[in-house]
Design a protein around this ligand. Structure first.
Ligand SMILES: Nc1nc2c(ncn2[C@@H]2O[C@H](COP(=O)(O)OP(=O)(O)OP(=O)(O)O)[C@@H](O)[C@H]2O)c(=O)[nH]1
Ligand SMILES: [Mg+2]
Length: 302
């Protein structure tokens, strides 16, 4: 059964993609086997695009428009919508689903929602696997949409090859507060809702963050996602940046880095239970937790 699932997946069957992701999410051993059989070449060819930004900035609208532009180029696309568990945007998921419905009949658009909190293995483990499954199914681009700029969003962004930070006028304080952090995580700044008052000021504000004129040109872009304006240019910019980073070896370096992070996350996750049991055994003889941890690791790593 597993072989046929793997072959249907590699043929691009969207239902096989969904099934494969569910197996992994449910920690089914068949899921692990499947992950081991994925086409590495396709995974290497796929661009993982992270989309983040404050709630309501227009990420889902932009994602919908990007899907349209990607399909115009005849490329297959995957979307992983990270289910926001914050109360502010808790109701957004349904809206997201409906907007994606435009593409519901297109078998070259695969969409998956995932919940953030309370997952065994952490979201990253599951999202990373979902990315690879979609890539192996032939997706040239996989978009990961997440809300906010908290730690868990940043972790998810670490899975991405390139990250878009979507901003919009009307989030003044939020944006001021995160200004410094923005450039560390975002490859491209998208000033969305450029049809709204305040968009120009936001654009100019962002320009002051980027001092190098060439960088400004490359890294800031204005869009009106609700009308699709600027989105084809945005995709063009993304693909150019990808090509440049691939040719300079940066792309591979970032992939390697994210492989290390993901593997480390898994190692910690898998270690937690056996370590806890070991610590329990010697807890009564140790005095200081830091020293106890060093003793423990010395035994394991020797
Ligand atoms: N005027 C204007 N409205 C927009 C634009 N882009 C999106 N919107 C609207 O802004 C609202 C929020 O858009 P979403 O795409 O749901 O935003 P989001 O960032 O995905 O929101 P969360 O998932 O809740 O974080 C919707 O009503 C959109 O129609 C734009 O460029 N201009
Ligand atoms: Mg959204």
């Amino acid at each position: 059964m597993n072989t046929s699932l793997a072959s249907r997946l590699h043929e691009g069957d969207p239902r096989a993609v969904g099934r494969a992701i569910s197996l992994v999410e449910n920690h089914d051993p068949a899921g692990h086997e499947l992950l081991a059989s994925l086409d590495r070449e396709r995974i290497n060819q796929c661009l993982v695009l992270g989309i983040t930004g404050p709630p309501g900035a227009g990420k889902s609208t932009l994602t919908g428009q990007l899907i349209r532009c990607i399909r115009e180029r005849k490329m297959r696309v995957g979307v992983i919508a990270v289910d926001p568990s914050s109360p502010i945007s808790g109701g957004a998921l349904l809206g997201d689903r409906i907007r994606m419905m435009d593409h519901a009949l297109d078998r070259d658009v695969v969409v998956r929602s995932m919940a953030t909190r309370g997952r065994l293995g952490g979201l990253c483990g599951a999202a990373g696997a979902a990315v690879r499954i979609m890539a192996a199914s032939g997706c040239r681009i996989v978009i990961i949409e997440t809300v906010g700029i908290g730690q868990s969003e940043m972790d998810i962004v670490s899975l991405a090859d390139l990250t878009l930070m979507v901003l919009a006028p009307g989030f003044g304080d939020d944006i001021q507060a995160m200004k410094a952090g923005i450039l560390e995580v975002a490859d491209l700044l998208v000033v969305n809702k450029s049809d709204q008052p305040g968009a120009r000021k936001l654009f100019l504000d962002m320009i002051t963050v980027l001092r190098d004129p060439e960088e400004r040109e490359q890294r800031i872009i204005e869009t009106v996602a609700s009308e699709g304006r600027g989105v084809a240019e945005l995709l063009e910019r993304v693909l150019e940046m990808e090509a440049k980073q691939r040719s300079q070896g940066l792309f591979q370096r970032r992939r390697d880095e994210s492989f290390i992070t993901e593997t480390l996350d898994w190692a910690m996750e898998l270690l937690a239970h056996p370590l806890r049991e070991r610590i329990r055994r010697t807890a009564s003889t140790e005095t200081d937790p830091r020293l106890a941890a060093e003793h423990l690791l010395r035994n394991i790593l020797k």
